[in-house]
Design a protein around this ligand. Sequence first.
Ligand SMILES: Nc1ncnc2c1ncn2[C@@H]1O[C@H](COP(=O)(O)OP(=O)(O)OP(=O)(O)O)[C@@H](O)[C@H]1O
Ligand SMILES: [Mg+2]
Length: 221
Amino acid sequence: MIKIRNLSFMYENRTILNKIDLSVKANERLVLLGSSGSGKSTLLKLIAGFIAPDSGDIVIGSKVVSKEGSVIVPPHRRAISMVFQDLALWPHMNVGENIAFGLKMHKVPPKERAEKVKAFLALVGLPAYEKKKTEALSGGEQQRVALARALVLSPKVVLMDEPLSSLDEALNIRLRQEIITLQEKLGFTLVYVTHNREEGQQIAQRIVEIQNGRIVERSVF
Ligand SMILES: Nc1ncnc2c1ncn2[C@@H]1O[C@H](COP(=O)(O)OP(=O)(O)OP(=O)(O)O)[C@@H](O)[C@H]1O
Ligand SMILES: [Mg+2]
């Protein structure tokens, strides 16, 4: 599904990612584990197409989407969704509008949009939350809305960048299982970033460990 070949990324003459080789299978749950500054978010941004590699390339499906110095397929054409650690929901939109936004961009008709918003809110355990203001939600509820917003576009690949790290431990553990359940039910390729080994081990079918921009260890569960 995703093939990363000899990928390097520099920032002001510093090597941030160093010759990364990594393949992710369709519908696999892969966890990228590494300490702060190891290059995890940078790798996700490269996969999403927000930045271009300095060398190497990225193939998604059968298409080369990025290669040396250029983003060939832009982020919105990659069938990828991303969930960020701290990208809050859009505060000027209610819950339903947050989830519908991407559908609107993709010109999905209003009736279908409304049905999908309802269905995905139910899926993340927040039925009847549509009209609520985002500021009225707890942290866990906000993360659930962020998940619904990412999943409603039926992406083939979902990138999650420490999506649970701002939650307390009990909620973090509960949402791990919910993410696994959603992934199994909907079927998408998941690349999940965390610095928490236990969290990674629970989510992953396979863990890849990154240190100073290099992959240092791979393990399968
Ligand atoms: N646009 C940028 N400007 C400045 N430094 C950058 C930029 N992009 C990446 N870096 C540097 O690259 C390194 C890797 O950053 P990255 O955000 O990928 O780490 P991370 O593994 O996600 O860390 P964290 O767990 O803290 O989120 C860091 O040293 C960071 O300072
Ligand atoms: Mg990061």
